[in-house]
Structure formats: structure tokens, C-alpha cells
Design a protein around this ligand. Structure first.
Ligand code: HEM
Length: 331
């Protein structure tokens, strides 16, 4: 249907999928998530062909609102529905059926277990001071989790062509309107790497464009991750805490746990930087003048956002790395 841009068939498919009120009410949480995923992929397909899904199927509105309410998520499918909650076998839901779409879904799917695990190590980190040996340990564990992002982008670069992404897949991630509000499609930009940034550096060492990107991204994440953001936004970050501690010490003779913490923090920031440097390379190709169909990424932000987040990550890494050098060398 998508290949043929068959709007009539997509409309019939969507309308026949919409569950009635009794059926919707009987869904448990897992079924509610699955229903949102399945309705979302057909609704997003209609939008790709220029039709607002709720104009084509007005009876969908109360169902999306109810499913969002029941799962404590937005009233539209997200990157979680499209990847982690999508079967990986023959039942896989896709817009195009192209193997490159499956590879992009799998790249994103592979980072979620690590991001869930990093939430726990970041939670520990938020409650620790850099003099505590557990601070460096939590950073090293976080680093191990964040390396999944590097593996995911390497997998993407190896298997997904930027031209396919830009010209075939990207149009399916357009926003559509639910109850007067636009909701973005289930794109990789919703992968909440900001959770890790928040605790490492973003809470007190960010910039306006990344701050507003995060503010717009938070509603698309899981309830517990939104709670994590609410609890830690505005608290001192690991970089903030470490810089304050180092400034009290003689950098020639830092206490061992502090020196170890600085090394571990440099390492995890370098891993984030590596992900972002490789990611911006493929993103630049997909959004180059001769390839792109859209000015902005599917997360709603322009490519310059990626440059500024990469710069912030790099600046924080440099700051921490230099902070432990003897003062004469640092100067
Ligand atoms: C063809 C592949 C990809 C392209 C062209 C691409 C492009 C982009 C663009 C243009 C943005 C800017 C924000 C926006 O979209 O509104 C972005 C953000 C982002 N993307 Fe991708 N992306 C790709 C694959 C991936 C993959 C596989 C992941 C993760 C596994 C990922 C994770 C992110 C994250 C976390 C952000 C937020 C900014 C940041 O943390 O640096 N992307 N992407």
C-alpha cells in the first residue's frame, strides 16, 4: 500500500484496525502498547502520503487518547513502539519492508537495554561525590553501557544508506495532529541519550538549543525516564561536581579517587563524543543539499543541533581532561 501510495487502502486498513471502546477498555498494558504500535504504523503511513490520519479516521481519536492514558505515554506511537516493542521476526511492522529499514530498527533496538542499565548507574552517580571510589565505578559502568550507542551507529553506517534514509524512510517520520497537538514520528532522535548527558554534564553545563531539544523530547520517553529527568534536572552534574572538587585541590597531587574519577569521566565523555562524531557524519550525508527532502531532522531539530551537542560534549571532555593536569602544563 505504501509503495503504491494507496491512500484509500490505507484508510480502510486503519479504520478496520481501530478497536471499539469495549475492546480498548479490555486491553492490558502490553496489548495497549501493541495496539498503539499497530495503529501508529498505519496512521504514520497515511501522513506520509499527505493525509492527517484523524481526518481519515475520526474514530481513532478517543482510542489514541485512551491508549496514551492507559500506558502513561503520548497519544501516538514512539520509537519504543517502532523498535523495542516490535517483533524482530516475520511479524515485524515496517513502513517500507526494505532490509535497510529493518537494520535501522535493529540499530535502535540494540541500545535500549544498555540505556535502561545506564539509568541505574546514572542514578547512583547522581547521589555520589567524586571523592567516593564508587563515583569512578559508576562512571565506568555507564561508559560500558554507552558503548552500545557507538556499536549502533557503526551498524547503521554499515547497513543503511543515507540516501535511502533521506528520500524513502524519513518522510514516514512526519508529525501528525492528535487533539490539536502535533506529535513527532517514531524516529531515532527520540532515543533518550539525554538521560546520560543529564547526569554527566547537561544539568548545569548545557546550551539553549540542546536544552530546548531535551524539553521537547522528554514527553516521548517512558514514565520512569521522565521521572528521572524531573528528579535530576537542575542538580549538579558529574562534571560540575568534579570541577568543583578539583578546584579545591592541588592538581599536582590529586587524591587518588579524584584522579581516578577524572579519568573515568574523561573516558565516558569520549565514548559519547565518538558516537556523536560518527552520527553527525551520516546525518550530514542524509541532510546534504543534494540529498535531503526536509530541512529538519525527524526529531524536529536542524542538523546544527548535532554540531552544538557534539561541541558541548567535546568541551566538557576537554575540561575534565585538562583539570587533572598540573597547573603549569594546563596553562
Ligand atoms: C540514517 C541514520 C540517521 C540519521 C540520518 C540521523 C539523523 C539525525 C538528526 C538530523 C538528528 C537531529 C535531531 C532531529 O532529528 O530532529 C538526530 C538526532 C539524534 N539521533 Fe540520529 N540519525 C540516524 C541514526 C541514528 C541512530 C541509529 C541512533 C541511535 C541508535 C540515533 C540517535 C540520535 C540521538 C540520540 C539524537 C539526539 C541528538 C544527540 O544526542 O546527539 N540516530 N539524528
Amino acid at each position: 500500500m505504501n509503495e503504491a501510495a494507496d491512500i484509500a487502502a490505507l484508510t480502510v486498513a486503519l479504520r478496520s484496525l481501530v478497536p471499539g471502546p469495549d475492546r480498548t477498555a479490555a486491553f492490558d498494558t502490553v496489548s495497549a502498547l501493541a495496539a498503539m504500535r499497530d495503529l501508529g504504523i498505519v496512521a504514520g503511513s497515511l501522513k506520509r502520503h499527505g493525509v492527517q490520519p484523524l481526518d481519515a479516521a475520526p474514530e481513532l481519536l478517543p482510542v489514541l487518547v485512551e491508549l496514551g492514558h492507559r500506558t502513561d505515554m503520548i497519544p501516538r506511537d514512539t520509537v519504543h513502539h517502532y523498535t523495542a516493542w516490535n517483533p524482530a521476526d516475520g511479524r515485524r511492522r515496517m513502513y517500507t519492508g526494505d532490509p535497510m529499514e529493518a537494520c535501522l530498527q535493529d540499530a535502535v533496538r540494540m541500545v535500549f537495554p544498555s540505556l535502561v542499565a545506564s539509568l541505574a548507574t546514572c542514578e547512583q552517580l547522581a547521589g555520589l561525590e567524586p571523592y567516593d571510589p564508587a563515583f569512578a565505578l559508576a562512571l565506568r559502568r555507564t561508559d560500558r553501557h554507552v558503548r552500545a550507542m557507538v556499536a549502533a551507529i557503526d551498524y547503521t553506517v554499515a547497513h543503511v544508506s543515507p540516501v535511502y534514509f533521506a528520500q524513502v524512510l524519513r518522510p514516514y517520520f512526519e508529525e501528525f495532529t492528535v487533539d490539536g497537538r502535533d506529535y513527532l514520528g517514531p524516529a531515532a532522535a527520540q532515543v533518550p541519550l539525554w538521560l546520560v548527558d543529564l547526569t554527566l554534564w547537561q544539568s548545569d553545563r548545557s546550551g539553549p538549543s540542546y536544552d530546548s531539544f531535551i524539553a521537547e523530547s522528554v514527553p516521548y520517553s517512558l514514565p520512569s525516564w521522565r521521572a528521572f529527568h524531573a528528579a535530576h534536572a537542575g542538580s549538579p552534574s558529574a562534571v560540575g561536581k568534579l570541577s568543583a572538587a578539583v578546584s579545591w585541590e592541588n592538581a599536582d597531587r590529586l587524591p587518588a579517587p579524584l584522579a581516578d574519577a577524572a579519568l573515568a569521566l574523561t573516558d565516558v565523555l569520549r565514548t559519547l563524543k565518538t558516537f556523536r562524531a560518527r552520527h553527525i557524519t551520516i546525518a550530514r550525508k542524509a541532510y546534504s543539499d543534494d540529498v535531503r527532502l526536509y530541512e529538519n531532522g525527524s526529531g524536529g531539530a536542524p542538523i546544527e543541533l548535532l554540531r552544538s551537542v557534539l561541541d558541548l560534549t567535546r568541551d566538557n571532555e576537554t575540561l575534565v581532561r585538562r583539570s587533572t593536569r598540573p597547573r603549569t602544563q594546563a596553562a
